[in-house]
Design a protein around this ligand. Structure first.
Ligand code: ASP
Length: 442
């Protein structure tokens, strides 16, 4: 058993298993803590910026085979990567039979997902051998239904049972099996999902996601110079920030642990002593040093402005406008409104070809005094659980932006007080974001 019966599920991403040195780092990490009992592995990723990910090499192989081309030399490129890892680790692991089977399957067009999945399959066999852990094939424990939708319940039941029978195991990320036993993968980057599924089934105390950064940053480093890292973030804050463009874990990749209330710790394989970022279900156990947790934003929004005298007394205007947008398949982001005005913020790409039609439909339906669609809006979300009930946060945001000489075109605060969203001209976006960051992070 692990120390104090704590169970940690650790997932290593592609960059963490890109070559023999990375495998060695992963080994040290796993071995340094006996509670790291279940390991989910990605396929080897890029070793240098212009290198290929093994997953992409498998996709290319599949495409070549499908086009009737010979895959011999290309396939050898893949096996050489694995063999150099095995050799460098000095382990007794002969994959030649596996290579033969995979190559045959590719030639016989076993499927694109099958091809892509072999990246994690092979790296997991190697890692299991190296660690002295059991190997559990993901196709035996991760299931999709006949529509290709992940089968949550069946997987959780069967995977939990399987894990109980293995004290320590390595499970390949990214794929599972269909009812007809063919292989299906999650979307790209899907080993994160597998890690979360395994963490839930193991009833883990924590899901460690090992990657090549020491957690999330409070702002985009391309905009703010050297932003601070986020030490603790709640699932809801994460959702707000990632929706607004922060490149953090995709929501889909955390749903299994989120529902189970298991915290995720984002860690850096290349800097294992850094604590990384903790993603937690609720704030109660974790106080925040900063009022804001992060600030993120996106460009390319448009605003539909509608004005009508005495709009406030007329029922159904908002409903009719929203109905028009709904019927045209347009997603609404925000609806800030005044007494006799309302605005609807939408992504510009959504109304691209339909703007005249939409304006006309609104004219016909609500007979406004004025309707116009303006582009060039950027939205910035200031997110933080520390904002709840703390006074003067909005004032500080507005002052910081005003002092930078920037006009705020729109304001929206959710009633949960978790975020304040402002709209500025796209040309002011970066400066506004820096001004807000600097106001709260000194
Ligand atoms: N290897 C897969 C990909 O490159 C899945 C993953 O690494 O998470 O997308």
């Amino acid at each position: 058993m692990g120390s104090d019966n704590i169970i940690k599920v650790v997932k290593f991403g592609g960059s963490s298993l890109a070559d023999v040195n990375q495998f060695k780092k992963a080994y040290e990490i796993v071995k340094s803590d006996p509670s790291r009992r279940y390991v989910v592995a990605s396929a080897p990723g890029k070793r240098t910026p212009d290198d290929n990910k093994v997953t992409d090499m498998f996709y290319a192989c599949y495409d070549m085979a499908a086009a009737g081309l010979s895959i011999d030399s290309f396939f050898r490129g893949i096996t050489e990567r694995y063999d150099s890892i095995i050799e460098g680790l000095g382990i007794d692991c002969d994959l030649s039979e596996e290579y033969e089977i995979i190559k045959n399957m590719l030639i016989h067009k076993a499927g694109r997902d099958y091809a892509a999945s072999r990246g994690e399959y092979l790296s997991s066999i190697i890692l299991a051998k190296y660690l002295g852990y059991d190997f559990i094939n993901a196709s035996d424990v991760i299931f999709f239904n006949e529509n290709g939708v992940f089968d949550d319940e069946r997987t959780n039941t069967e995977l939990s049972l399987a894990l109980k029978m293995h004290e320590r195991a390595v499970i390949p990320g990214f794929y599972g099996s269909m009812p007809n036993d063919t292989i299906k993968t999650f979307p790209r980057g899907g080993s994160d999902v597998t890690g979360a599924i395994v963490a839930r089934a193991a009833n883990a105390d924590i899901y460690e996601n090992w990657t090549d950064v020491s957690g999330f940053l409070m702002a985009d480093p391309r905009i703010v110079k050297n932003p601070l890292g986020i030490s603790v973030i709640t699932y809801r804050e994460l959702r707000e920030l990632s929706y607004m463009g922060a490149s953090v874990l995709h929501e889909d990749s955390i749903f299994p642990v989120r529902h189970a209330g298991i915290p995720i710790n984002i860690r850096n394989t290349n800097d294992p002593s850094a604590p990384g970022t903790m993603i937690v279900p609720s704030t109660t156990d974790y106080s925040s040093h900063h009022i804001i947790t992060g600030v993120a934003g996106k460009k390319d929004f448009s605003v539909i402005h509608i004005e009508k005298d005495r709009m406030a007394y007329e029922r159904g205007i908002m409903r009719r406008v929203l109905e028009i947008l709904d019927c045209n398949g347009i997603n609404v982001e925000h609806v800030p409104s005044g007494i006799d005005t309302m605005s609807v913020v939408v992504a510009t790409a959504q109304i691209k070809d339909k703007r005249n039609y939409i304006a006309e439909a609104i004219r016909r339906s609500v007979s406004p005094d004025y309707v116009a669609i303006e582009d060039g809006l950027a939205l910035i979300a200031v997110v933080g659980r520390g904002m709840v009930r703390s006074k003067g946060v909005a004032a500080r945001i507005f002052r910081a932006v005003a002092e930078a000489g920037i006009n705020i075109r729109m304001i929206d605060q959710g009633s949960c007080e978790l975020n304040i969203i402002i709209g500025v001209d796209e040309s002011d976006f970066e400066r506004a974001l820096c001004a807000i960051y600097n106001e709260f992070v000194k």
